[in-house]
Design a protein around this ligand. Sequence first.
Ligand code: KG4
Ligand code: ZN
Length: 364
Amino acid sequence: MLMLNKAAGVFYKPSRRKTYEFLRSFNFHPGQLFLHKLVLGIETSCDDTAAAVVDETGNVLGEAIHSQTEVHLKTGGIVPPVAQQLHRENIQRIVQEALSTSKVSPSELSAIATTVKPGLALSLGVGLSFSLQLVDQLKKPFIPIHHMEAHALTIRLLNKVEFPFLVLLISGGHCLLALVRGVSDFLLLGKSLDIAPGDMLDKVARRLSLVKHPECSTMSGGKAIEHLAKQGHKLHFDFKPPMQRAKNCDFSFTGLQHVIDKIITQKEKEEGIQKGQILSSAAHIAAAVQHTTACHIAKRTHRAILFCKQRDLLPQSKAVLVVSGGVASNLYIRKALEIVTNATQCTLLCPPPRLCTDNGIMIA
Ligand code: KG4
Ligand code: ZN
C-alpha cells in the first residue's frame, strides 16, 4: 500500500504499524457497524474512464464507464493526448453517474480509491488530479491503487479464493504471471519481454484491416480475431509458439507479430491485392494466430504452475489459477488454459468479461 503525503504531494510506503493504524482509522473491520462504508473507485489508466461505488462487503452499488475504443479504432491505436482529452471530457459525468446510480451522495463516501499506476501517464494524471480535488473538497481518505493488483484481486468479489493463488493477466497493456500471497503481497513469476498479447492481436487485426470487415467493424482487434478464427483453420499456417526453449515464465509476442506481418505481405502479393484490402485467407491467419497465442500463453502458465508446486508455493491439489484482462474473454485461450489446469489438478477461475476488462469496480 502507498500513502499520500498531501503536503509534499508524494506517495510513500508506510511502515507496517502506520498501515494498520490507517486501516483501523478507516474501520475496515468486519461487522454490521460498517455495512455503510462506501468506496468510490476511479479508473483512468488507459482508454476507459470508469467509476463505481462498492461497499466493504463487496456489494456493487453502481458503476459507470465510458469506453474510448471507437475513437482509437479510427486512429489505429491509442494516441495518449487524445485519450487524456477524452478522460477530461468524461470523468466528471462518469463519476456523477456512478454516484447517482448508486444513490449515494459524495458526503456519504468513506474513501476515494484511484488507480495511480501503472498506465499511460497522461491518462492516469486525469483520474489522479480529479480524485485529489474531490478528496480535498470532501475531506475523505484517498487510497492509491495499483492497477494490476486490482485486476488480480477482483475475483475475490465473486469467489471465495484463498491466498496463495496464481494470476495470469493478459490484456492490451498487460501480460504477467504472478503468485498472489496476500492483498498486497505479489511474487512476479513472468512478464512479457516486449508487447502484451492484446496489443499483438490488435496490430494483426489492423494489418488485416478487419475494421473494414462487415462482421468485425465495431470489434476490438482481439475480439475480431476470435470471431474470424471460427471461420478459418488453425493449422493452415504453421506459426511456432515463441520462447519454446526459454526456461522461465516470460512471454514474447513481437517475433510472432513480425512473422504474421511477413505472411500477410506475401499473401497480398500472391492475391494481387493492396494493403488495406481484406485477404481471402484472413480467417486462416486469424485462426492460426489465435492458436499460436493460446499455445504460448498456456505453455508459460503450465511452467509457472509446475514451478510453484515444486517449491510448495501453491497447494498440491485444488490450486487456483485466476485469469483476467481483456484477452481472458477469448474462449479459445480459456480452453487452452483449461487443458493445463485439468492436467495439473488446478481450478481455473475467470471473472465475467465486464470485470476482466478495465472497470471502476475493481478499483473500489
Ligand atoms: O483489459 P482491457 O480492456 O484493456 C487493457 O488493455 O488494459 O483489454 C483490451 C484488450 C485489447 O487488446 C483487445 O483486443 C483484447 O483485450 N481483447 C481480446 C478479446 N476481447 C478483447 N483479445 C482476444 N479475444 C477477445 N475476445
Ligand atoms: Zn487493465
